[in-house]
Design a binder for this molecule. Structure first.
Ligand code: F3S
Length: 65
């Protein structure tokens, strides 16, 4: 399972890096930066789902392949 971030959809709401700081950071303008682009550990998956479910712009998705 991997995270995908559509940076063109991000509006800087900041919920992702507040809820999952181990997975997301932010740039100097407050837009999200994915810091865990690889395969997620089991421990990271709950936080990843929280971020997906709380982004109001639907900028974050999970690739469950
Ligand atoms: Fe951007 Fe959504 Fe996070 S709008 S800052 S990806 S909560």
């Amino acid at each position: 399972m991997k995270l995908r971030l559509d940076r063109s959809a991000c509006q800087g709401h900041g919920r992702c890096y507040a809820l999952a700081p181990e997975l997301f950071g932010c740039d100097e303008e407050g837009y999200s930066v994915l810091i865990a682009p690889g395969e997620l550990t089991v421990d990271q998956q709950d936080a990843a789902r929280r971020a997906v479910n709380n982004c109001p712009e639907f900028a974050i998705t999970l690739d469950e392949e």
